[in-house]
Design a protein around this ligand. Structure first.
Ligand SMILES: *Cc1c(COP(=O)(O)O)cnc(C)c1O
Length: 389
């Protein structure tokens, strides 16, 4: 076996030690770096800022450390951490020169779809909604010379459709546009969109990256130090869409265990999906790991080591029965959000509200790290109590 080379440390190793140290912690040999809570930094006597730090809204050592870890995990050039996933996503759109035509998924994270539907036009963004699981439909939506960005989300909320990242990157680049991938559900553990051609990756770091339901945060990771990346950083500063360093420290701790958590979540989700595929009260299990899932082959090619911890089940007897199942569980928690160590169950159409494309009989499951047998037994009792439809 070749000797360990720090330059070639594997992503799991980088995450576990949070890069070992970042540059500002190296001097004092911290195992766990202190939180940089300074809102401002002192100038040199000659009026320069030789440390590179000036003011807390521009830059912060704890946030920089988070960015360095995430950049390595995504194999990107740089990253920007935000105060939420929505702040990261909307900043990506607002960083485009406008007016701009953009192509986004028909089925995607609902709050962002809502912003694209109701707010984007007033910011000079002309939005086309396309079936991102079908490269032909994406191709048809492109307006050569006018389309500036394709936005994909894979696996996508709440049906866990799969987008072919390589194919969409080629479509985008042939049209002179960029591809940005919301990789929240895939995590850098399973998919590295930049290696597949994406220009940037977005995360709701609230979810798997932090993984403990105690921080709201977001991130963009860039493939290159492009004008786009510079404009994103400029807007983060001018809009003040930053993460507090105290939350940054929690996020940094969360990321150290992301590989272990996601490995368990993938394994448990696969067991749950397989188990309930044949349950009499369930009409469909939506999980990219099942070979019946329409995106299974592409998922196998672009996801590495698992298919994620997210799945949905559709209840044969309909909406009322679905809500009853969520009411009957004792271990799963009834809450929105995903990617944390505790398992969550949610009647998705209720939170998305009128106009949602989410089927009313659908329950979204976010698999945590509890014993999968307990999760299965609890959900089975709740399902057995409702009619088979
Ligand atoms: C939660 C989520 C977001 C939004 O992130 P916040 O941190 O809640 O602002 C965006 N995309 C996906 C896929 C999400 O799950």
């Amino acid at each position: 076996m070749p000797p360990f080379d720090p330059q070639n440390a594997r992503p799991q190793t980088i995450a576990a030690q949070a890069l070992r140290q970042n540059e500002s912690a190296a001097e004092r040999r911290f195992i766990t770096p202190p939180i940089d809570i300074s809102a401002t930094y002192e100038r040199d006597a000659d009026n320069a800022y030789s440390t590179g730090y000036c003011y807390g809204r521009d830059d912060n050592a704890t946030i920089r450390h988070c960015q360095e870890v995430l950049t390595r995990l995504e194999n990107g050039a740089s990253a920007a951490i935000f105060g939420s996933g929505m702040a990261a996503a909307t900043t990506a759109f607002l960083a485009l020169p406008r007016p701009a035509h953009i192509i986004v998924p028909q089925i995607m994270y609902w709050c962002l779809r809502d912003w694209l539907k109701h707010d984007a036009l007033s910011h000079g963004l002309l939005v086309s909604f396309a079936d991102m699981c079908d490269p032909g439909a994406v191709h048809a939506a492109i307006r050569p010379g006018v389309t500036k960005m394709i936005w994909a989300e894979t696996p996508s909320n709440p049906l866990w459709g799969i987008t072919d990242i390589k194919a969409c990157a080629k479509l985008a680049h042939d049209a002179g546009a960029i591809l940005v991938v919301d990789s929240t559900a895939a995590t850098p553990v399973l998919t590295r969109p930049i290696e597949l051609g994406a220009d940037a990756v977005m995360h709701s770091a609230t979810k798997y990256l932090n993984g403990h339901s105690d921080v709201i945060a977001g991130a963009l990771v860039f493939a290159h130090d492009s004008d786009f990346a510079r404009e994103v950083r400029r807007l983060r500063r001018s809009h003040g869409a930053i993460l507090s360093p105290r939350d940054g420290a929690l996020l940094l701790r969360g990321m150290r265990t992301v590989h272990l958590r996601v490995a368990q979540q993938c394994q448990s989700a696969m067991m749950i999906a397989a188990h309930f595929s044949s349950h009499h009260a369930v009409s469909t299990v939506l999980y990219p790991g099942l070979d019946t899932h329409p995106g299974h082959e592409i998922a196998k090619a672009q996801m590495n080591g698992g298919f994620g911890g997210m799945l949905s089940i559709r209840i044969k007897a309909g909406e009322v029965a679905a809500i009853a199942v969520a009411a009957n569980v004792k271990l799963w928690r009834r809450a929105t959000s995903l990617g944390s160590v505790e398992s969550l169950i949610e009647h998705r159409a209720s939170i998305e509200g009128p106009g949602t494309p989410c089927p009313p009989d659908l329950l979204r499951l976010s698999t945590g790290i509890e014993a999968p047998q307990d999760l299965i037994a609890d959900l089975e009792s709740a399902l057995d109590a409702v009619p088979s439809g």
